[in-house]
Design a protein around this ligand. Structure first.
Ligand code: GTQ
Ligand code: FE2
Length: 371
């Protein structure tokens, strides 16, 4: 028997074997590629100037009663669900018109808001109400009742960050609609700001072991002032500039158990060095302009744009005007699980060699992926 025939017979035997395994709904591990599979999250950028007109159109043609939350999703084209920004996180833009109320509900997913434009809107969480200004960072921890309303005279737009993809992968997603449009206000407005916003003075009568920050609204004015004061005396991190985490004031831990949130101040012409770490991160440009090199590609951003840096992807930022970047990430969960790792770029003085500019992905002919 020739060696070719023998080899062929061996292949047939293997093929038959794999088919047999498949018939019992099994797979041979060595055939799957397993751990070496490339992650799906693409480095990506969504321009606010593309989204804003469509949000305004939605405000005209879609009644809040129909949408409940009038939200446009920023979908990462690398991910087949077509409704998530990264493997674990959503990044959505919500618009609410004067006089509207987005009715109360609660869900197992945690949410955050970062106010993009407009004044006069509020969020009420578990009976506490807070009016929101541009740049404010607002927490809606999991399973808390929340409704939003706009009592001003202009449209208000904010960025919603949620961990729905994570909660879905864990098959722990619950959702409930409140029987009333608004959950009753049981606390003075902004009570949590009075109790916790100072950060370094803890009310002694409050229990400390809470999973989520008790602070509802981290005002931008306070964050910006703190960043500026720090920047007077330090350049901060070589990778993130003067960068702060919005912490749970009772524990010093992340604002929410599943989502860590940050704000970074970059000076005009500051160019941070490249590093990479585990944890997919969504960035939102509160103010300023510049570019980030992510995975060797140049992403040019302006005020109010949103971009995503996938886990374990080199990134560095170059501000062309004084800039404040807001970001949120799934890294909060990684350290306690032993999954956090971080690495600086060694070569080329710590800066990536840019291989080209980011281009938006081609849009499929028909919207076949919509779920
Ligand atoms: O505002 O409660 O973008 O429940 C997605 C789900 C916003 C919200 C979103 C939500 C909300
Ligand atoms: Fe919600």
């Amino acid at each position: 028997m020739s060696t070719i025939v023998a080899a062929r017979r061996e292949t047939d035997v293997l093929e038959e074997f794999y088919e047999e395994v498949r018939r019992i709904h099994g797979r041979a591990l060595w055939q799957t590629g397993g751990a070496s599979k490339k992650p799906a999250t693409l480095s990506y950028l969504w321009k606010y100037q593309d989204y804003r007109p469509l949000l305004l159109t939605a405000a005209e043609i879609v009644p809040i009663e129909l949408a409940e939350r009038r939200v446009l999703i920023m979908a990462n084209p690398g991910i087949l669900t077509a409704w998530q920004a990264s493997s674990t996180l959503l990044a959505n833009l919500q618009i609410i018109k004067p006089g509207e109320v987005a009715p109360s509900h609660r869900h197992a997913a945690s949410a955050l808001r970062l106010i993009v434009e407009g004044r006069g809107a509020y969020t009420a969480v578990d009976g506490e109400k807070s009016y929101m200004d541009p740049g404010d960072f607002v927490t809606t921890p999991n399973w808390t009742w929340h409704d939003h309303g706009n009592e001003g005279d202009e449209c208000v737009i904010w960025l919603d960050g949620l961990d729905i993809p994570l909660v879905q992968v864990l098959e722990t997603n619950f959702f409930e609609i409140h029987p009333d449009k608004k959950y009753p206000l049981t606390q003075p407005n902004d009570l949590s700001q009075r109790l916790y916003a100072s950060g370094s003075l803890r009310p002694t009568w409050v229990k400390r072991n809470v999973l989520h920050s008790p602070l509802l609204n981290y005002k931008f004015s306070a964050t910006y002032e703190a960043l500026k004061r720090m920047a007077e005396q330090t350049e901060g991190s070589p990778y993130d500039g003067v960068s702060v985490e919005y912490v749970n004031p009772l524990s010093g831990g992340p604002a929410m158990a599943t989502i860590a949130c940050f704000a970074s101040l970059l000076q005009v012409d500051q160019h941070t060095k490249a590093h990479r770490h585990t944890g997919g991160t969504v960035y939102h440009v509160i103010q300023g302009s510049g570019r980030s090199i992510i995975g060797g590609k140049i992403f040019e951003w302006d005020e109010k744009d949103t971009f995503v840096v996938p886990s374990w992807t080199f990134h560095e930022h170059h501000a062309t005007a004084e800039s404040v970047l807001f970001s949120y990430s799934d890294s909060a969960m990684l350290e306690p699980l032993g999954l956090y790792r971080e690495e600086a770029l060694e070569e080329n003085g710590g800066y990536q060699k840019a291989l080209g500019k980011f281009e938006p992905a081609a849009v499929p002919e028909r919207n076949v992926r919509t779920v």
